[in-house]
Design a protein around this ligand. Structure first.
Ligand code: PA5
Length: 448
């Protein structure tokens, strides 16, 4: 059937079905906390109804800006970090050919920047852009995040030198707060085209706002279908859908039941390299939402079968604190068959005539059986195909499950107080005005 499926049969080696279903009442209460806006962090619930509240006009506006940028650019640089880039990167990678970057006639190329402070990366990017016709989309809700802010400084100056201030302003789009923050101020004073990140949508829940949708549309992906998929996920995961039919409730309950049994690490597994960044997005979503007050499942990720040759040993026989969630795609987009080889030196002619996808599926089934037998329970989630609709569905499904799971754990899934600690120290060490005393103490402690 054409639906997202959650299969728990390979976790019952560790938890009984009753133990998962024991969380049904708690999860139902959490559904109401979300829908009635009465739980922790309820001023950040804007994501909950995004798929149904986004209008045709808003989508058209995003598509129109995307077409304009596509027409005037061979490269579009997306500047942002964390929730301000991972959703777009996840969707674009999932839905593009693996070799888009190497295909000369596919333009514009999408490049992400400002998601690190690496000098070499950004210097090399400037070298590359020297001969390119390019535009910039700068995304920052606060407008003051160091990584994108300093990257945008250099890119803005580079583009202005290359094409002049007026043309540069027509090639820069800013996605930020409606009225607050440094980026809003700059965008207004320079006359950039802008899109708004709603106040009540946190970074990691923002992929279905222009934060995700504009870069995804620039990559030529159908955002109407993506939002359609998210809307269906919204219907399928609402409180009106019974627990045992509701994929977000089942997933949230299963992972909490496993956590209660001592499984502290969840590994999201894919057998499709294009899903690598979907895992990165998922890691931020769950890690930043649940890891607080000394609690939370640590979200990790692997790409199989690749990482079976590096991480497989640990997963099979290492510390038993792991469970896996395998995210699989039922139908590949292409057809490729293993050819026969008359010499058969590798002794693999028993695979001749089989599709790669069949070999991959048997690897997946064999791995799940081996890992669950070895003490690593496995939740299986599958979608019919990798399409804009199903990627949109996945985004909303995971967001909803994450919120329910965080409430079940007893934390506020919508704040991230812990991410400030490193910034305070970094600012103190770099001599930010107002941080002098902290800077002195820290330098002494670090022996600088
Ligand atoms: O989820 C979050 O809130 C964070 O990951 C932010 O998205 C990230 O820190 C970037 O913040 P900003 O958009 O304010 O630059």
């Amino acid at each position: 059937m054409n639906q997202l499926k959650v299969d728990l049969s390979n976790i019952y080696t560790l938890v009984a079905k009753d133990e998962v279903f024991a969380l049904k009442t708690k999860i139902a209460q959490n559904q109401l906390l979300l829908e009635q806006g009465t739980g922790k962090g309820s001023d950040f619930l804007g994501w909950l109804n995004l798929p149904s509240s986004i209008t045709k006009e808003q989508l058209y506006d995003i598509q129109h800006t995307a077409s304009e940028l596509r027409a005037k650019s061979d490269v579009v640089v997306i500047v942002g970090i964390g929730g301000s880039y991972l959703g777009a990167k996840a969707a674009i990678d999932s839905l593009s050919s693996s070799f888009t970057q190497l295909t000369e006639d596919v333009l514009p190329k999408i490049i992400f920047a400002g998601n690190s402070i690496c000098e070499d990366y950004h210097a090399e990017l400037l070298e590359l852009l020297e001969t390119k016709r390019y535009s910039i989309v700068v995304i920052s809700k606060s407008g003051t995040t160091t990584e994108p802010a300093i990257t945008f400084r250099v890119l803005k100056q580079h583009l202005e030198r290359q094409v002049g201030k007026t043309e540069a302003a027509s090639r820069i789009v800013a996605i930020t707060d409606l009225s607050k923050g440094a980026l809003r101020k700059l965008a207004d004073s320079e006359g950039y085209r802008t899109f708004v990140i709603p106040d009540d949508v946190g970074g990691r829940f923002s992929v279905l706002t222009p934060v995700g949708l504009l870069p995804i549309a620039i990559a030529g992906i159908d955002i109407v279908k993506l939002v359609e998929g998210a809307r269906k996920a919204m219907d399928d995961t609402s409180s009106s859908v019974a627990f045992d039919q509701n994929p977000a409730c089942i997933y949230a309950a299963a992972r909490n039941a496993l956590y209660q049994k001592g499984k502290k690490v969840e590994i999201l597994v894919n057998f499709t390299p294009r899903l690598h960044y979907l895992t990165e997005w998922w890691k931020q979503l769950f890690g930043e939402s649940e890891g607080k007050e000394g609690k939370g499942i640590f979200p990790a990720g692997v790409d199989f079968t690749t990482d079976l040759h590096s991480m497989g040993q640990y997963i099979q026989e290492g510390e038993r604190m792991l469970f896996e969630t395998v995210l699989s795609v039922e139908k590949p987009s292409h057809r490729l068959v293993v050819p026969d080889d008359p010499d058969n030196l590798d002794q693999l002619n028993f695979l001749s005539g089989k599709r790669f996808s069949e070999v991959n599926l048997m690897a997946q089934m064999g791995t799940i059986a081996a890992h669950s037998d070895g003490g690593v329970p496995c939740i299986s989630i599958s979608i019919p195909e990798l399409s804009p609709y199903w990627v949109g569905y996945l985004f909303y499904f995971f967001e909803r499950a994450c919120a329910l799971s965080g409430y079940t754990l007893g934390v506020n899934p919508f704040d991230q107080p812990g991410v400030e600690a490193y910034k305070r120290n970094m600012f103190a060490l770099l001599g930010k005005p107002g941080y002098e005393a902290d800077g002195r103490k820290l330098r002494e402690k670090l022996g600088l």
